[in-house]
Design a protein. Sequence first.
Length: 295
Amino acid sequence: MIPDLPSSLLRSFVAVVDCGSLSAASARVGRSESALSLQMARLEDIVGQQLFDRDGRALKLNGTGGRLLPHARSILSRIDVARVDLDAAAAPPIRIGIVQDFVDSVLRPTLAELRADWPDRAIAIVIGSTAELLQAMGEDRIDTALCAGEPAGRDTAFKMAMQWFGNPELLDADVLPLVGISPPCPFAKAAQQALDSVGRPWRMALTTPSLDGVRAAVQAGLGITCRTAAGLGLSPLQDDALPILPEITYAVVERRRTKEGRDVAARLLSKHLASMGVVRDGSDRDDRYRQQDAR
């Protein structure tokens, strides 16, 4: 019985067959013609038979080579599958956290790019409030998060305008009904502080941990809410009866930096948030986004 067939020799053998010559195959496998010639000679010694009929510099696959070829392709295919599988298992999962406001506009395109560039990489996602995301980061469940507010460790921050949303008929109520995310919520806090600053009475008509719940309550006419147009996806109130709201900052936070710099998820989250036309504050230290926005 012939001894084991080294995969490196089989890979060079298939390259010679596919390329039709040693010179063409040398570029494919990154070896010189003389090195390939020695490999083919060694493979023939192992098999104990010639694999090619030689006519000068031309190599023509003979019957023995033709029998070996499908086995070589099958062996190399299994090896390549194993390499990909082991590489994917060795690579840590991409773990992302994001506030509910940007699931469609930022998370969806981020995931599409990750799938295109790393189709075998595992991904884990946490969607929740900033407090929940920071807790998940502290518990080592995520590595990168898009949060509301300006938590410590943020690298890229973007500002968006807070606006009022709801049925304008509710503005005539003596006590303004409010709808908001369960505390702690920067939007509910901003709304309450703004109303208190002008002496406008308010009450919480509905609280929910879900942004979809806030959207449904506003559309059903249960109350007024404070969000961003990009996050809520509704048309803001065009009325000056309510006080002006401050801006809200969204920050991309990383648990740790890789040797290559910013994590791929952080770069993609920042890129897609910037593509929405939001305004960065002066703390963004990544020139690539500054250049991108200028184009």
